[in-house]
Design a protein around this ligand. Structure first.
Ligand code: LLP
Length: 419
């Protein structure tokens, strides 16, 4: 069941015509389908039915409070990488003991915040971080539950910017050093070893890189058991890809089967950190055509959404389908869909066959629910877009469009400018 569909040639989100939302909210805006978010979470979670597991939605993909709250109500935990994401998670009502904290650069005050909140575990990415967490836990008279994020050196076969489990990547600790890390952790007074973690990359479209990584980790778990170190949680990270264009990633059930087979007999409590696979295709970005322009060699569709709203095409050459909000009989055109930003890299699509959208027409940038709004910026002093959620025939603005006032909020003039 798809929830972004045409009825009488008009694009709907669930039972709401997208045109109606645009009239009320203006453009551009992100639009999330409640039914799709819910279905994707449940399919993923149920794929691991019967196993001890905690699905921790990866906040970085979409941190809107309404989205987080929905997942929380479905039993999700949360994967965070910053104090800000912890703040959002707690705000959305997540129980701290369902929150896992990864990231190579945790600051002292972020570590303190997480210790005081009482999170489930820190995924530690360096020996120096381990020492700091121990020190802060001692200072706060508490115990820090940790997993070591292991870098298994496998190629996830994805865009180089989003591969994280190769030895040249900054993430995690290599296999040999990880053993030393666990030994060190076992001697540190305020550290409790609870798990092992690994996240090898994102938008991965086959199961093999995941199972290769787990094969390596299994050896590590054996070695640890031999020296008397037991772990309870195996956090396998996120990374399962989605279909943007013609990719055919494994279904969550297939992915689950591969993971479960790899970890058979180990009696571990599984943690998963999916982001994109849950929210990616549950959201779109809606934009309006400002102008059309025929260049000497290209046709341009100039939109009111740009790279500051959706950075993925610019940053990764990512493909997002472009769909008209009103379908017409007109012949398709081949065009660059570009934004208002003063950079040549400001595009949503290049040399793309799309419907012949005219000045004033609305169109949707598909598959924009993950890493869309969360990576948006105020570049060129553009207020960030609104976010809207639809449920059945209702919609709600879950984040207001920023105002000009928001843009200068917090800035102040130094008195010495008057000297
Ligand atoms: N866990 C950790 C430790 C991560 O670093 C990430 C993503 C995830 C889980 C969730 O991965 P997912 O299931 O969404 O693949 N901005 C890029 C993606 C960066 C992913 C960063 N880490 C993009 O737009 O494609």
């Amino acid at each position: 069941m798809h929830h972004f569909v045409y009825r009488n040639n008009e694009l709907y989100c669930e039972d709401v015509p997208i045109r109606k939302i645009a009239e009320k909210v203006g453009t551009p805006f992100y639009l999330y389908s409640h039914a799709t978010l819910k279905r994707h979470f449940l399919i993923f979670n149920e794929a691991f039915e019967g196993l001890e597991r905690l699905v921790c939605f990866s906040a970085k993909a979409n941190t809107n409070l309404a989205v987080l709250k929905l997942f929380e109500s479905l039993g999700s935990g949360l994967d965070i990488v910053s104090g800000g994401e912890l703040y959002r998670g707690l705000n959305a009502g997540f129980s701290p003991d369902k929150i896992v904290y990864s990231g190579v650069g945790k600051r002292t005050e972020e570590i303190d915040y997480a210790l005081e909140a009482g999170i489930l575990m820190f995924n530690v990415e360096s020996l120096e971080e381990l020492e700091l967490i121990n020190k802060r836990a001692g200072f706060l008279r508490t115990q820090a539950p940790v997993a070591i994020r292991v870098n298994p050196d496998v190629d996830p076969k994805t865009h180089p910017y989003i591969s994280t489990g190769l030895k040249k990547n900054k993430f995690g600790i290599d296999m040999e050093t990880a053993i030393d890390g666990y030994k060190m952790a076992s001697r540190l007074k305020n550290i409790t070893i609870v798990g092992m973690d690994c996240h090898i990359g994102s938008q991965i479209t086959e199961s093999k890189p995941f199972t290769d990584a787990l094969e390596s980790l299994k050896n590590l778990i054996d070695e640890l058991r031999n020296i008397g170190i037991q772990i309870k949680y195996m956090d396998v990270g996120g990374g399962l890809g989605i279909t943007y264009n013609d990719e055919s990633p494994p279904h969550p059930r297939e992915y689950a089967r591969a993971i479960v087979d790899s970890l058979k007999g180990l009696d571990l409590h599984l943690i998963l950190e999916p982001g994109r696979v849950i929210v990616g295709n549950a959201g779109i970005l809606v934009s309006r055509v400002l102008f059309r322009k025929s260049g000497k060699v290209k046709e341009f569709v100039i939109a009111d959404a740009g790279m500051n709203d959706l950075m993925r095409p610019t940053l990764y050459d990512a493909f997002h389908a472009i769909a008209p909000v009103k379908k017409t009989e007109d012949e398709q055109i081949t065009a660059d869909v570009v934004g208002p930003i003063c950079e040549t890299g400001d595009f949503l699509a290049v040399d793309r066959k799309i419907s012949d959208v005219k000045k004033g027409d609305l169109f949707a940038v598909m598959s924009a629910g993950a890493y869309g709004f969360t990576m948006s910026s105020n570049y060129c002093s553009r207020p960030r877009a609104a976010e809207v959620m639809v449920k059945d025939d209702r919609f709600h603005v879950v984040r207001e469009r920023e105002s000009y006032n928001d843009l200068v909020d917090g800035e102040s003039l130094p008195p010495f400018l008057d000297d």
